[in-house]
Every structure is written in C-alpha cells, then in structure tokens.
Design a protein around this ligand. Structure first.
Ligand code: UN1
Length: 500
C-alpha cells in the first residue's frame, strides 16, 4: 500500500511535477487499484479563473501570429518529450486510472501519434481556391486561428483526449485551457509538466498558452459560460452534454461533444468466429468496460448463437481480473464505488426483464472495486440494454435477419461505434451503409480507434469529431476572400447597380 504512494511520488518527481502541487492541496486523489490515497492536489480557485482566461486570451493573440510550421515545432518537441517519458506516464496512467500496462502505454502512444499527425498538419492547413463567376477576380478561403479552446476530459482517457485536442488546437494557432477529470489530477499534472519541458526547449511560447485547471465542475462551467472561450471540446456522459450543449449554443460558441456510446457488434453466420471472439472480448472487457467505445451490445445470428455464447462464457470465466501491477491480468478495477453500484443496478434491472446474467460479481473487497465482467443473455433490446452503463457488461441477443438487426442496432439513443463480423462482402457493405454511428468497422471490434480517422459519433453521442482527418477545421475559422484585380466592378449574379 505505502509502496504505491511512494512509487507515485517517485514517478511524479521524475516527470518533473512540483511536489507542493499534489501534496499540499485540498482535493484528495486516490488510486482505483487499492483505493489508497495518493495525494492532496491543489485546485484552481473559481475566483482565479478570470485571470486564467485573460492569460489564455493574451497568449492566443501572440500565438496566432506565429507561423503554423513554427507552431508545429512546439508540438514536435512535445512528442519527443512524450517519447522520453512514455514508460513513466504509462505507469502513472495504470496507477491513477487502473488501466492494464499495455493499455496505459497505448494511451500515451495515442498522444505521441497525434503529435506526429499535428506536426505534419502544421504545414497543411489548406484552404480552397474557388472558381469565381466574375472576370478579373480571385476567390479563396483561408483558415485562421479561432481563439481560446477549452477542453473538458474524462477519467477513462486521462491524458490522450487532452492531447487529441491540444495538439490540433496548438498547431491551428489557439491557446488551450484544460479541465481534467477530478478522478485523474495526477496524470494531468504529469503531462502538463512534460509539455512544459517542450515549451522550455521551444523558447518563446507565450505564457498561458496551455493551462491546466484542476478542480471541481465549476471550472468546466466557467469555460462553458465565458465568452472568451471560442470552442469547448467536452468528453463525458450524455447527461453532462445535455447541460453543456444548450449553454454553448446560447452564446453561439462552438462545441465538440464526445458523449455516451452504446456500441453494438453483429456476428454473422459467415464470420471467422475465432477472430470475432477476440474482437468482442477486447471490445467488451478491455479497459474494464470503461471506454466510450466499449462493446455493450452483441447480436449473434441464430445459427452460431449457442456455440459462440459457450466460447464467450469460457473466455469470461477465465479472464484475469485484478490489480494490473501485481499480476498479468486483462481486466483492472472499476474507477470507484459509484461505477460498481451502477453496474450492479444495471445487472439487477436486466435480470428483472428476463436477462440471464453470467458473472458480474465483485472480486475482493476494501476500497477498490474489481468485478468479473458480465455477460447477459437478453430476450430483446429492453431495459438497461438501451442505455450506456460504464462498466463491463455485454448484453447478448439473437437475430435471424440482417436488415432487421441493423434497425435494432440503430434503435438506441447513442451513435458512436459499431462493428460487424462477416466474410460476406454484401453483408459487410449493407452494414456499413446502414449503421448510423460515427465509426463502423468490419472484422474488428468497436473500440481502439487509430488517431488518423475522425473520432466521434452521432445522435446523443453529440456529433463532434476529434483527432484525425479534417477535424482540425473545427479549431479554426474560415474566411472566404474575394479579390477584384480588374478595373471594373461586376456584381455577382449579374446584378446591375450603376450610379452616375
Ligand atoms: C474514450 O473512451 O473516451 O477508440 C475514447 C478508442 C480510443 C479512444 C476512446 N482510441 O477506444
């Protein structure tokens, strides 16, 4: 127990975090591995937020004038520092968020990957040149930095989600204010310290370019409500999004919302069943069911149902659950008691509407919450199957008709990620066309997206897109410029307006 606290202290020292920041504050920080307290973290006083916003605004005014490839140089250095700190950061992610080591390392790798992507992007913030109908004119669109970008992130990706946003926001010429989850302040302090080293090497980044706001929800609310913040990128529950979205809309601010998912996978009769089993197992049990992309609903064709469920049950019964620092396990802890209670509530509700529950029991006791992942055979898409419970519960259902099951798959509120396992090209294409999610996969699971694609989903998932592809455009504003280099003044659409 004491060792974990000591190890965390040593990690934070090595990562360059000032001890007073996490030992002399008022906000307790704990590890879900044991429940042990790790520190008392300093919080930003709500009264200080005004100064932080002023500093971010001032930093933006300077940074926007720095050429984009030079801005990319800061992100390149950040990526270098992350590579050097990867092992320590990954270990800290395991301690503070409970991820198994390879997933902790994978999360830091996502940060490195998005840095690489953003460095290239810093030379590719292209606008279009557009054919104009007027003689002697030129029309083009130019992308300009947007302003102060607020990032609100969740515990389950305590560092990568910030990096997806910050790396793009910075090369696009914006300043960033980050409000991390109250459950993961230490990783936030650590990656901010790593970023600080990149800033120091860079030399002339304006003060306040990237700030960390550790504290309660009032800090996130300040970002949402303050007109100095041009864009808020918020990751969390749909409930959080319901509060944030109308407030941002009310002041015409931009929003990138990454909210709940209720992701489904279909296993068709022609599927490679061993591959499907591995894809479903990682999607449903990985990260202890605490990814927004976790597979929560599984639709099995009648012809393969019994055999596949038997294999799944065997995998669920034997998967290693426990402290990922102590043994080779694949399923770490739930983040806290509330997550455990929500899981038990959902299992009870599923049983009440005819679900047959396998697993789901607590493993061990004390201040940490380990559970056996649960497989629930459901008579249909009813009760808790329709909602996201942030825990390792996989609801399994039968189908016999592909079009009907795709309709059923789409008939939930969220629309983040989806998958089909099939070797029938027609089935695969029919699914890809019809899935209403932001992510649709064939022969791989619903989770574990790469940074190169745009990440996000539709309906109650919020509609936002982060990370790769052209997501960068949301962090910039577009100006359409028309230049007349003739001696005449032709009006568009042939309008005549001659004055003498
Ligand atoms: C999240 O759970 O909030 O696709 C993000 C994935 C990860 C990101 C998940 N790359 O599962």
């Amino acid at each position: 127990m004491v060792q974990l606290g000591q190890e965390t202290g040593a990690l934070l020292d090595r990562l360059g975090v000032d001890r007073t920041l996490w030992t002399e504050g008022s906000m307790p920080s704990a590890t879900p591995l044991t429940g042990e307290r790790l520190g008392m973290v300093q919080v930003v006083d709500a009264a200080a937020i005004d100064n932080r916003l002023d500093a971010a605004t001032a930093a933006f005014r300077v940074w926007r004038r720095v050429p984009a490839p030079r801005r990319g140089e800061l992100v390149r250095l950040w990526g270098e520092e992350l590579r050097a700190a990867k092992d320590d950061l990954a270990r800290l992610v395991t301690i503070e968020a409970g991820k198994i080591p390879s997933e902790g390392a994978g999360e830091v790798q996502e940060m490195i990957d998005i840095c690489d992507f953003a460095v290239g992007l810093s030379r590719q913030l292209y606008g279009l040149t557009i054919a104009t109908e007027r003689r002697g004119h030129r029309m083009m669109e130019v992308w300009h930095p947007l302003g102060v970008v607020g990032v609100i992130s969740a515990f389950n990706f305590p560092v990568a989600v910030w990096a997806w946003n910050a790396a793009l926001a910075l090369v696009c010429g914006n300043s960033v204010l980050w409000k991390p989850s109250e459950k993961t302040p230490l990783t936030a302090l650590a990656v901010q310290a790593v970023f600080g080293r990149a800033e120091a090497r860079f030399g002339d980044a304006p003060e306040g370019l990237s700030q960390l706001l550790i504290g309660g929800r009032e800090l996130g609310e300040a970002l949402v409500d303050d007109r100095r913040v041009a864009l808020v990128s918020a990751t969390g529950s749909t409930r959080m999004g319901r509060s944030v979205a109308p407030r941002l809309a009310g002041r015409f601010a931009r929003a990138i919302l990454e909210l709940g998912g209720n992701n489904g996978a279909i296993v068709a009769p022609s599927a490679d069943l061993d591959l499907a089993l591995r894809g479903v197992a990682f999607g449903a049990m990985g990260t202890a069911g605490q990814r927004c992309t976790t597979t929560r609903r599984l639709f099995l064709h009648d012809s393969i149902y019994d055999g596949f469920v038997a294999k799944l049950k065997a995998a669920y019964a034997t998967v290693g659950v426990g402290n990922p620092l102590e043994s080779e396990v694949l399923v770490g802890p739930l983040i806290d008691r509330a997550a455990y209670d929500a899981m038990q509530g959902a299992l009870g509700a599923a049983a009440a509407v005819g679900g047959i529950v396998h697993g789901g029991e607590r493993v061990g006791d004390g201040g940490s919450f380990y559970v056996k992942p649960a497989l629930v055979e459901m008579p249909g898409q009813v009760g808790p199957v329709r909602d996201e419970t942030f825990a390792p519960i996989l609801y399994v259902m039968r189908y016999d008709d592909l079009d009907a099951v795709i309709d059923l798959h789409n008939d939930v509120a969220a629309g983040l990620s989806s998958a089909i396992f099939t070797t029938d090209v027609r089935e695969a294409e029919r699914f890809l066309v019809a899935s209403d999610c932001g992510i649709a996969n064939v022969n791989l699971g619903t989770s574990g997206a790469e940074i190169g694609g745009a990440f996000g989903g539709e309906k109650e998932t919020g509609g936002g897109r982060e990370s790769g592809s052209d997501s960068w455009r949301q962090y910039m504003r577009r100006a359409t410029n028309t230049i007349n280099y003739s001696n005449a003044l032709p009006l568009a659409q042939g309008v005549l307006f001659e004055i003498d």
